[in-house]
Design a protein around this ligand. Structure first.
Ligand code: GAF
Length: 390
């Protein structure tokens, strides 16, 4: 599937610029096994890059202008690199403008370039197409102009670009897009950015994503609000337990003992965070030990917390997880990513995938009148250069 995308992108580039690309870059979306809304709360997360990608073709153009074409949207824009970068009304261009601005603000020197890109990452499905766009652009500019940027720098600059666009996100999406490795999940410490790879061996179960096919507009405002609520909760915890520096140091017992010192809403948010940090540790052990049934159970628990305590779910996602709970072949399911729409991630007993997909699609359409989209997930490599001679 990616071969077709690469061919299409290369051919489009050649037709548009009458030359072959100097650099071709592949940048993936991501899934997250567990540890949701935990990156900006300094805990551990367990994401992986996937085999759905954005393909970029680049060349230098010896001007001070960047000309960028989004093949799938049939739109293009030009950036004058000598002028101050401002937010635009065209949403997708802001991720690229943000990347250019962050590189410039951090003192990286580069000149004009041409770029076309095309994607097979579904947009608005919680698979981080924006992180793939940011990290792929940074990677391409780095390759064209020989910038000294480590993988972690690319992740952090991508995150800064996303903040500039307006979402105060954590580091998980950009980090996993850049650091992904085939068949591995990344256990990332979002406090220190230390990480280790674990085998993504789900034994007798397949990973399947059910895309609710909705994206509620609450996402950005509620996401940013959750961050503020968690900061407030943590500062209350710290006044009672000065030894607690971040949520990972706080036990559930400590939290329960000061429940009356915070509002019901703040308590629910931080209660979820403390429990979710524990679940990530348990999930990692379960995966390493091949206890996928336990991992599945933890996914269900995470969804409950995201829905009732963190309140980032929606009727469509709750419906899909409820279906999963009633289906013996599905041993775990939860909303994945920021919430308010997008996908659920599911562990389905091998051999039952087709029947479950068919049943859920029919029920989702019948009950909610929405067509369910389905993606089988393969875990792939992080942002990388494509060798045009391949
Ligand atoms: C979005 C954000 F971009 C991530 O940083 C992360 O917080 C995620 O939501 C929730 O886990 O994808």
């Amino acid at each position: 599937m990616n071969d077709i995308l690469i061919k299409k992108t290369t051919a489009f580039f050649e037709e548009t610029f009458c030359s072959s690309p100097e650099k071709t870059v592949l940048s993936p979306g991501r899934i997250n096994i567990i540890g949701e809304h935990i990156d900006y709360n300094d805990g551990y997360v367990l994401p992986a890059a996937i085999d759905k990608i954005i393909c970029f073709a680049f060349e230098k153009n010896n001007t001070q202008k960047a000309r960028i074409v989004a093949i799938d949207l049939d739109e293009e824009f030009e950036v004058d690199l000598t002028k101050e970068i401002q937010l635009s009304d065209v949403v997708w261009t802001n991720y690229i403008l943000g990347v250019i601005k962050q590189l410039q603000d951090n003192g990286f020197l580069f000149e004009g370039f041409n770029c076309v890109f095309s994607s097979n990452i579904p947009v608005g499905s919680g698979l981080s197409s924006s992180a793939a766009l940011e990290c792929g652009m940074i990677f391409g500019i780095k390759e064209l102009f020989n910038l000294t940027l480590e993988k972690v720098d690319i992740s952090l600059l991508g995150q800064q670009a996303e903040h500039w666009v307006g979402i105060n996100c954590g580091i998980m999406d950009q980090f996993s897009s850049v650091h992904g490795l085939i068949d591995k999940v990344i256990k990332l410490d979002c406090n220190t950015l230390e990480f280790e790879y674990h085998n993504a061996d789900f034994k007798d179960y397949s990973l399947v994503l059910f895309d609710s096919n909705v994206k509620h507009s609450l996402f950005t405002s509620e996401y940013n609000t959750r961050r503020v609520e968690c900061e407030e909760g943590l500062s209350i915890i710290k006044t009672h337990f000065p030894e607690v520096k971040s949520f990972r140091d706080c036990t559930e017992e400590q939290l329960l003992s000061i429940e009356d010192n915070m509002s019901e809403t703040i308590f629910k948010r931080v209660h979820f965070v403390v429990k979710e940090i524990n679940r990530v540790a348990q999930a990692c052990k379960a995966l390493d030990n091949g206890n996928i049934e336990h991992l599945g159970q933890l996914l269900f628990e995470t969804h409950d917390g995201l829905s009732k305590e963190y309140e980032v779910s929606c009727a469509e996602l709750d419906f899909l997880v409820a279906l999963a709970k009633n289906e013996a072949a599905v041993i775990g399911s939860r909303l994945m990513g920021g919430g308010f729409g997008g996908c659920t991630i599911n562990l389905i007993k091998k051999g039952n995938e087709a029947a479950v997909k068919e049943k859920f699609s029919a029920l989702y359409l019948d009950e909610l009148g929405i067509e369910l989209k389905i993606y089988d997930v393969k875990i792939g490599n992080g942002t990388s250069l494509y060798n045009n001679e391949n």
